[in-house]
Design a protein around this ligand. Structure first.
Ligand code: TRP
Length: 330
């Protein structure tokens, strides 16, 4: 049976883009495969610098995944920082990884480009951790020997790097590491945010899913539209409300909204109300479950520690072979 692995970086409250782009596909995949899920708290350190905040966000992420359907008694859910072997493997991998590979990482290149535009030194404000990020991510994937990594489109390059990093290691030391495959759900490659750009915490344009009704309402009503009146026809292909609705509403309702946009008769205010209603309904049970879970950190810890034990048990024999190869003993 193939092993799927999914990591989630805890840098803000999970939003609709996270859910449609990665959480839902990852949970669906788990029905057919063995699966490991983890909260990548050490990855969050490149942007979140207060420990307490990392800790709070990690619990929120764990409670979200469980509320949304991950059964932690059946599948392992763990914190990256509870599996210290990941960091050990990351260093070893770094030593057979060409530095030039990391120069090509999108996130690093974007930081360098911004610096150029502002006339600053190429690496100004870039931590070695940001640069090394793909190596840590490769270690997450390669330690337990994952075969499949379901990710959003923005993480495709990172999974390809993990393949390259495993390939470089294997070419030096022999075929020890499993080469993983990225799995990208094409249907939901990019979910637009309320301003029309890709939904992302860093653009501050997200629709939170398990937040209060007021917050959910505020974000849906805040979707940016033009000034066309209800009776005017609109292009559903480019409309953010319709795009989001088509991912969450039943087919019949989606057809109705499409017709209303194309032929006129569907105003933006009404379309937003309909989107809001579907989202309230879609996450009703989960919102309650989330509230219970987040209030019981001792129980979350119990589940997370048990998950970490399972992940470590999978990684142990692989790390033993790696250590044997690189330092000549287990
Ligand atoms: N980098 C991913 C993100 O930003 C999170 C992540 C860390 C991850 N390690 C991983 C995803 C391993 C998949 C597999 O969301």
């Amino acid at each position: 049976m193939k092993l799927a692995l999914t990591g989630y970086k805890p840098t803000g409250a999970p939003h609709l883009g996270n859910y449609l782009g990665m959480i839902r596909p990852a949970l669906e995949l788990a029905e057919r495969h063995e699966a490991l899920y983890f909260i990548a708290d050490y990855h969050a350190l490149t942007t979140v610098t207060r420990g307490r905040e990392v800790n709070d966000l990690t619990y929120q992420a764990a409670a979200t995944w469980i509320a949304l359907g991950l059964d932690p008694e059946k599948k392992a859910l763990y914190r990256q920082s509870d599996v210290p072997e990941v960091c050990e493997l990351a260093w070893i991998l770094a030593c057979s990884t060409p530095k030039g590979l990391l120069n090509r990482a999108h996130a690093y290149k974007a930081a360098v480009d911004t610096n150029h535009l502002r006339g600053r030194d190429a690496d100004a404000g870039v931590s070695a951790g940001l640069y090394y990020y793909p190596v840590l991510m490769a270690a997450d994937i390669l330690l337990p020997g994952a075969d499949i990594v379901p990710v959003g489109l923005d993480q495709q390059q990172h999974v390809e790097f993990a393949r390259d990093i495993a390939g470089h290691f294997n070419s030096v030391y022999g075929p020890i590491l499993t080469i993983p495959e990225p799995l990208i759900d094409e249907r939901v490659a990019t979910i637009p945010g309320i301003d029309g750009r890709k939904m992302s915490k860093s653009y501050n344009n997200v629709i939170p899913i398990l937040a209060s009704f007021e917050q959910l309402r505020k974000s849906v009503m805040g979707i940016v539209t033009d000034s066309r009146r209800p009776e005017e026809s609109k292009d559903p292909g480019t409309d953010v409300i319709f795009q989001l609705y088509s991912h969450v509403a039943p087919d019949g309702a989606v057809d109705e909204m499409r017709a209303g946009f194309e032929h006129g008769g569907m105003g933006y205010a009404r379309a937003k109300e309909e989107l809001f209603a579907v989202l309230v309904e879609m996450f009703a049970g989960q919102r309650e479950r989330y509230r219970d879970l987040i209030a019981d950190r001792a129980e979350l810890d119990r589940l997370l520690f048990a998950g970490a034990e399972r992940a470590r048990a999978r990684g142990e024999p692989i790390l033993a072979r790696v250590r044997e190869a690189v330092v000549g003993r287990r």
